[in-house]
Design a protein around this ligand. Sequence first.
Ligand SMILES: [Zn+2]
Length: 114
Amino acid sequence: MHELGIAQAALQHVLAQAERAGAARVGRIVLRIGELSGVDPDSLRFAFEAILPTSAAADAQLEIEAITAVARCRSCNLEYSPGPTALFECPHCRALGADILHGRELDLVRIDFT
Ligand SMILES: [Zn+2]
């Protein structure tokens, strides 16, 4: 499962940060996941909840911010939400091809220590 590897990598990062900060506990972990990142937020949450209890961050609350994809048409510059698709067709001029402005995020944006 793809998401399990991501959860493990993120958790390792969190624990390394906690150690560096000399924190006793991790209170909250905030992840930002774009619609086009290829990661399913529910699967990632499930994976996290499977590995958290046996880690040093057992009490941590996980928050996932889902980011809606936004693309900009290369023909008419319209910004639109393509949804979780690889096909970017402008709803205004029907041109294919767009620049992705948001949606590829896969970031650990915040860790709160207690
Ligand atoms: Zn267009």
